[in-house]
Design a protein around this ligand. Sequence first.
Ligand SMILES: Cc1ncc(CN)c(N)n1
Length: 224
Amino acid sequence: MKFSEHLYHKLQPIWRKNHSHPFVKEMGDGTLDPDKFRFYMVQDYLYLIDYSKLFALGAVKATNLEDMGTFSSLLDSTINEEMSLHRQYASRFGISAEELEAAEPSPITLAYTHYMLYSAQNGTLAELVAALLPCMWSYWEIGKELNEIPGASEHDLYGDWIKMYSSEEFGELATWCIRLMDKAANGKSEEELLKLENIFLNTTRFEYMFWDVAYNKEMWPTDE
Ligand SMILES: Cc1ncc(CN)c(N)n1
């Protein structure tokens, strides 16, 4: 069994919880409170700023020109396509790109991005890929699942989100990451594979928490 298949099967219970979080379900049936989406979109923008840096670090750690090129395409498409979707949403909510960038990160945004960047900066290429794979893979799956709901991709607010993450282009990049995970895990010791599994588990957990915090619009409890 490929390492990516092993991860996918082992983490199905959390993966299912992630896909059936009320935030995701309500985006799919169009009932999500736009205020919760607004909170998510601002936090996700901040998340994506750091997430992009992971691709830059990937280009540094890549062992061949082809992978360097794909990491740099990912960096470009995150900043110029994925984040452009957020900028468009922000303008619909009356928030400028400058205001988005200057927003305050929630505790979970900080924890998640810092964990990913720590793994990427201090670990191997395989550890970097293990940290970013749940983000790419779970969004692609969620996008495809929501896209199958009749009318969901035509929803006035959530339709564009669903279209982006179910798109062929996004799917191709996610598939590339899955393949790179398998390539990078090849020949690793049991101990190293367990470490990769643990990183993948942690960012999968963070994915769930990211929905949860947006659903409850949670910032620092001390500031309330
Ligand atoms: C939290 C999160 N995870 C993943 C993705 C998909 N790039 C995202 N936009 N936001």
